[in-house]
Design a protein around this ligand. Structure first.
Ligand SMILES: Nc1nc2c(ncn2[C@@H]2O[C@H](COP(=O)(O)OP(=O)(O)OP(=O)(O)O)[C@@H](O)[C@H]2O)c(=O)[nH]1
Ligand SMILES: [Mg+2]
Length: 308
């Protein structure tokens, strides 16, 4: 199937959406189209919004959309539904929460499932961002949820990271554990109207003072009322205005990690295909038998697989 690359590059939302769906489903021709549009990207300011389930990420993104649209810029959102037991309703929730922007041509919202990939963002996420970037969206938000690797990986796919916490979840401590403070460019205590917000801010201020790196901006918001959102927008604008050399250095580090991650993923896929499954044993199933029987060591087995 051929995709209308020119229409995507011209910012046609339907063409962009069709390509994203095709990439998601790995349809023939989709990857070729991505290859063609990829060099046209790189202009967007891509912002990760991450934090524990239910802290108000989507509500905040919704408020940010409003602020950015008021400035006249187009904005896209890729929201990742972790299909976790904690926020199984995220997909529907995002739709409902951001519904008021649905009729605005300058706003594009796409929800993606992670499809159970271990650690990290779904492959579709980077592809969707690449398409939206090439389609000319100057600002792209990537909302990720979950506890663990995905939050940290979002730093590898974005120009800046907003970490959202809320009082009462013990989040401030969790954030530290997950290394979230390390990746935060902007740290937000949302639900600032709730009891415990002052305490959370004080705790985070103390933690940041102990950190070695330059502290992120620490802000308090009430995303549901819009309070504090202007300050978030200002903080993001400041990050957007960072020297190009700084941005490019970050992107070079990301490119290296991205290529390695994909190479690793592909090698694993190939190995799996070679080994086969219990139902459909492949030609190298015997190798696995040998490892299990300890007549072969796993390192030699991996060497053998990499030569398949
Ligand atoms: N009191 C209060 N409630 C808020 C605030 N921001 C969001 N909420 C509410 O918190 C709930 C969760 O908000 P979401 O925006 O869906 O949170 P989320 O982090 O995107 O959730 P997941 O994507 O499921 O992880 C909703 O009921 C919101 O209305 C706030 O500042 N104050
Ligand atoms: Mg959400």
């Amino acid at each position: 199937m051929a995709f209308d690359v020119d229409r995507v590059l011209a910012g046609d939302l339907r063409a962009a959406a069709a390509l994203m769906r095709a990439l998601d489903d790995e349809l023939p021709g989709a990857h070729e189209a991505l290859r063609e549009i990829y060099p046209h990207g790189g202009r967007a300011f891509v912002v990760g919004i991450t934090g524990s389930p239910g802290v108000g990420k989507s509500t905040l993104v919704d408020a940010l959309i409003t602020a950015i649209r008021a400035r006249g810029e187009r904005v896209a959102v890729v929201a990742i539904d972790p299909t976790s037991p904690f926020s199984g309703g995220a997909l529907l929730g995002d739709r409902v929460r951001m519904q008021r922007h649905a009729t605005d041509d300058g706003v594009f919202i796409r929800s993606l499932a992670t499809r159970g990939q271990q650690g990290g963002l779904s492959r579709s996420t980077s592809a969707a961002v690449a398409v939206l970037d090439a389609a000319g969206f100057p600002v792209i938000f990537v909302e990720t949820v979950g506890a663990g690797q995905a939050e940290v990986d979002v730093a590898d796919a974005t120009d800046a990271v907003v970490v959202v916490t809320a009082p009462g979840l013990g989040d401030e401590v969790q954030a530290l554990k997950a290394g979230l403070l390390e990746i935060a460019d902007v740290l937000i205590v949302n639900k600032g109207d709730r009891e415990g917000a002052d305490r959370a801010l004080a705790d985070l201020t103390n933690m940041l003072a102990l950190g070695a790196r330059a502290a992120p901006a620490l802000l308090r918001t009430v995303a549901s009322s819009g309070e504090g959102v202007a300050e978030v927008v200002a903080a993001l604008q400041a990050l957007r205005g960072r020297p190009i050399a700084e941005r490019d250095a970050r992107r070079r580090r990301q490119a290296a990690r991205q290529v390695l991650a994909i190479a690793g993923e592909r090698a694993r896929d190939r190995a799996r295909a070679a080994i086969g499954s219990e139902n459909a044993p492949g030609p190298l199933a015997a190798i696995i038998q040998d490892v299990a029987a300890r007549t072969l060591d796993p390192w030699s087995a991996a060497d053998a697989l990499s030569k398949v």
